[in-house]
Design a protein around this ligand. Structure first.
Ligand SMILES: Cc1cc2nc3c(=O)[nH]c(=O)nc-3n(C[C@H](O)[C@H](O)[C@H](O)COP(=O)(O)OP(=O)(O)OC[C@H]3O[C@@H](n4cnc5c(N)ncnc54)[C@H](O)[C@@H]3O)c2cc1C
Length: 279
């Protein structure tokens, strides 16, 4: 893979907002000392500064960058994200980024996209959809229920699915069931080849990869592996990819060769049960 632009930065910023955008997701806005850029799918490694700092920074997809402000969406799952949720306006945050391989930048030959974002898989694909406003793209988000969906962030291009229909606000529509079920319905109505882009729980990534493989369509998936360093040194985030080596596969660092992978290059069988079973 070639070098990724723009140039990485390691900056200390200040929190300007840290608010829930749904029952499950919070949005963190951080003002950095200078304007920063990124490409959709890239991530930053975040940490607190000073006492209470985590030994390892935590990886988060970049949701948006507006001048000097960088935004993230996150779900509280453990110690680091609980500390994040307690951040107040003016608190310092240590940010290293942009890191990793982004999603494909479409050109005139790229087919319309089928975007599948599940839960905390929303930020990189929301950034992609904002960067590339192509009229024929089908853009889908799947949440747990109506309350889990960050409606204020989703304009009318977004199709929404929910596992349970309770909490869907009046005037908004949601398909009840899996986001892949919603995709199947949409594909029946809109014909033609597509570029499939997916981020979210591994069963969703597997389903997206299979949907694309069955139709001979290109597919990119973003893997949200556990990560230590974020830049290829610790090898804590390796995933199996197919290779011409004698063994037929090799380990690839998700932080450097990913987090966005061509789904056809991943060794889905070897990804194993911890990644949602074999497709
Ligand atoms: C490239 C990339 C982008 C990401 N983008 C986002 C994002 O935009 N928003 C968001 O909310 N999260 C995102 N994540 C996941 C996020 O990094 C983890 O949720 C976070 O590191 C958890 O930190 P913690 O200290 O709260 O949890 P820990 O205390 O470290 O762990 C709590 C629990 O969560 C599990 N866990 C931790 N990290 C992961 C992981 N990566 N995958 C599966 N289980 C995990 C642990 O096994 C444990 O059970 C991303 C991860 C990667 C690699």
């Amino acid at each position: 893979m070639g070098p990724v632009t723009p140039t990485p930065w390691d900056l200390t910023g200040r929190v300007t907002a840290n608010e829930p955008v749904s029952t499950g997701l919070l949005r963190l806005d951080v003002a950095l000392p200078r304007t920063v850029g990124f490409r959709p799918g890239q991530f930053a490694m975040l940490n607190l500064t000073g006492p209470g700092q985590l030994v390892f920074r935590r990886p988060f997809s970049i949701f948006a960058a507006d001048g000097e402000t960088m935004s993230f969406l996150y779900r509280v799952v453990g110690r680091g994200t609980a500390l994040m949720a307690a951040l107040r306006e003016g608190d310092a945050v240590d940010c290293l980024g942009p890191l990793g391989r982004p999603f494909l930048r479409p050109d005139a030959d790229t087919p319309p996209a089928l975007v599948l974002a599940g839960g905390v898989g929303l930020p990189p694909l929301h950034a992609w959809a904002e960067a590339h406003k192509r009229p024929d793209d089908l853009i889908c988000f799947g949440g747990r229920d109506g309350g889990d969906v960050p409606w204020s962030l989703l304009d009318d291009r977004w199709h929404v699915s929910v596992d349970r229909a309770d909490g869907v606000p009046p005037g908004r529509q949601a398909h009840e069931g899996l986001v892949t079920g919603l995709a199947t319905e949409l594909l029946a109505a809109y014909d033609g080849p597509r570029l499939v882009l997916a981020c979210g729980p591994t069963p969703l990534l597997r389903a997206a990869a299979k949907l694309a493989r069955d139709r001979g369509w290109p597919c990119e998936v973003s893997l949200e592996e556990h990560m230590g360093c974020g830049y290829g040194v610790c090898k804590g985030c390796v995933v199996p990819v197919l290779s011409d080596d004698l063994a037929g596969w090799r380990n690839a660092t998700s932080c450097e060769e990913g987090p966005v992978f061509d789904a056809a290059t991943l060794d889905w069988d070897r990804l194993g049960a911890s990644h949602g079973g074999v497709a």
